[in-house]
Design a binder for this molecule. Structure first.
Ligand SMILES: [Zn+2]
Length: 229
């Protein structure tokens, strides 16, 4: 495998989801969803990177693939001169990330079909809604009377498409690719409010490179990297 890796994947939500910005509109809503410059909902690449990293760490632990904890915490460790596979893929303070995780977005065709690409206000209502909950008093765990917290939820509908691209050639290509693919397949939820049942999703690998690399072949290679020193 010599050409640079490009993974195309899709995210299909089976429940509404919340990937908040932490920003609100005063008096209207406390936490709105991420959007691009055209006002279209996107799932930030940084969000996907974090979720995929967590999933890859879980898989590495299950399989016994050695890796650091990615944090400068005493007793936890962070690779320095010999980066582990996770540091190579996702980067660390000492190692550049060898892959770029792009924002996941719905296809332009979706917006064209809806005929609403530049009519922001009209399509908001098709793609998102607002939910209210009582604010919880942190100390007592009870609802604060009269304080409603509102957040925007993306509605399940048309799938999002995301890309993961190799930006610095990585030596352990097969290992990195199989770990990322396994990680993607391991994800079942994205975003916050999971305890309220939000963000359930299915991730599908649409294509690796031009389709010349098959998902099953990639996953079959994963066992080659287990328990090595
Ligand atoms: Zn590491």
């Amino acid at each position: 495998m010599s050409s640079k890796i490009v993974i195309e994947y899709s995210i299909l939500f089976s429940s509404d989801y919340h990937i908040g910005t932490g920003l609100g509109i005063s008096g209207i809503i406390d936490d709105i969803l991420y959007r691009d410059s055209k006002g279209r909902l996107v799932i930030p690449g940084s969000t996907m990177k974090g979720i995929i990293r967590d999933a890859c760490e879980d898989i590495a632990d299950i399989l016994g693939i050695k890796h650091c904890q990615g944090k400068l915490i005493k007793g936890k460790g962070l690779c320095f001169d010999k980066p582990c596979i996770l540091c190579l893929i996702f980067g660390s303070p000492f190692t550049p990330s060898h892959f770029k995780f792009e924002d996941a977005r719905r296809r332009d065709e979706f917006y064209k079909i809806m005929g609403i690409l530049n009519k922001e206000i009209r399509y908001q209502e098709f793609l998102s809604r607002v939910e209210f909950h009582n604010s919880i008093n942190e100390e007592t765990g009870t609802a604060k009377e009269g304080f409603l917290y509102s957040y925007e939820l993306g509605k399940k509908s048309e799938k999002f498409i995301g890309y993961i691209k190799e930006i610095i050639p990585i030596k352990n290509k097969d290992e990195a690719l199989s770990l990322i693919i396994a990680g993607l397949r391991f994800i079942s939820h994205i975003g916050g409010k999971r305890r309220r049942g939000k963000g359930r999703c299915e991730i599908k690998i649409e294509k690796i490179n031009d389709g010349s690399i098959k998902v099953e072949d990639v996953l079959n290679k994963l066992k080659n990297f287990v328990n090595k020193e």
